[in-house]
Write a protein that binds this ligand. Structure first.
Ligand SMILES: Cc1ncc(COP(=O)(O)O)c(C=O)c1O
Length: 327
């Protein structure tokens, strides 16, 4: 007889939703426990979904929760759907309304991670994108740091290459594509590194397992181009905006692997990772092996902006709760 399995331990449940959470599924708001899909679901079997990861930041002094770059995330979700031939029946504005409603119903007053997914929902066997039904779901979970942002992290260059645009396009945030990120991340952590850096098929620097990458050489901030199989990150764009506002020279160009070894500074960025200084790569210290001045400056500005503490970047955030203060 097959034994029933025990409930997983707390560490296996990190990032899980509390029982009081709400979700949006098939056009309805439902308690998280009722947000269930069939094992036959096409996206579950073949990875035919696209998704976003959106953060909301709690500002304790303002008693308000702020969703970061909501419009940009939903514009990207629409672009991902276009590539994957998924019909999303909601506009960017409507997706924003659903987001605020799910977070409000869940009642979060802490940093939160929001996960919208548009996916092929037909319950049948058959690999294709056409002649299938589409669905949309969204849920939110309390979420602190994904990668330590205070301590510098160690990275290893992955033996796994990033999928090419003509294989599984990184420009579309496709659920199935994250097998590539998972292979790279586990390889890196089992080798004793915190994170992986993945290269393109032709050996240029692409990005982290699920983060974009910046480096500093000769005082110039560099980042690989969208054509080097990166996800066109929203935090990446924000960092380029901060760099421009701060007068930090910035260049988007192809990057060689060994440029990382001799860089003055390297950092990874993304919604989950936020901004993480990389202090060693393949056992070589980056700069003097500590947080560098350009990374520190950008980080400081970014972390104030996301909690709506900066006048200049106030349009990056949307308050969740009515009025100027949360309940
Ligand atoms: C593969 C990959 N690259 C980069 C990023 C960073 O993108 P963003 O800044 O939009 O979160 C992510 C995170 O979503 C990602 O999964």
């Amino acid at each position: 007889m097959v034994k029933e399995l025990a409930r997983p331990s707390a560490s296996l449940r990190k990032g899980a939703a509390p029982p009081t959470a709400w979700a949006f599924l098939s056009g309805k708001y439902v308690p998280i426990g009722e947000a269930r899909i069939s094992v036959l679901t096409h996206a579950f079997n073949y990875g035919t979904g696209v998704f976003e990861g959106i953060r909301a930041y709690w500002n304790e002094s303002q008693r308000q929760l702020y969703v970061l770059h909501m419009r940009e995330h939903y514009e990207r979700l629409h672009r991902s759907c276009k590539i994957m031939r998924i019909t999303l029946p909601y506009s960017v504005a409507e997706l924003g309304e659903v987001t605020l409603e799910v977070v409000r119903r869940s009642g979060y007053r802490e940093d939160t991670y929001i996960r919208p997914v548009a996916y092929k929902s037909s319950e049948l066997i058959g690999v294709r994108l056409h002649d299938l039904e589409d669905a949309f779901t969204l849920f939110a979970v309390p979420f602190g740091t994904y990668i330590d942002v205070d301590r510098g992290i160690s990275c290893g260059i992955s033996s796994w290459r990033r999928t090419d645009d003509n294989a599984i396009p990184a420009r579309s945030k496709i659920t199935g594509a994250y097998v590539n990120a998972a292979l790279a991340k586990t390889e890196a952590q089992e080798a004793g590194f915190d994170e992986a850096i993945v290269l393109t098929q032709d050996g240029h620097v692409s990005e982290g397992s699920a983060e974009n990458l910046f480096l500093v050489r000769g005082g110039v901030l560099l980042t690989p181009p969208g054509t080097d199989n990166i996800l066109e990150g929203i935090v990446r764009t924000s960092i380029m905006r901060i760099a421009q506002d701060e007068g930090i020279p910035t260049q988007v160009r192809q990057v060689d692997r060994t440029e990382l070894y001799v860089a003055e500074e390297v950092f990874l960025c993304g919604t989950g990772a936020q901004i993480s200084a990389v202090t060693s790569i393949d056992h070589r210290p980056i700069g003097d092996g500590r947080l560098g001045p350009i990374t520190a400056r950008i980080k400081d500005i970014y972390f104030r902006a996301v909690r709506s503490e900066s006048e200049r970047y106030r349009d990056w955030v949307t308050p969740v709760y009515p009025g100027s203060a949360g309940r």
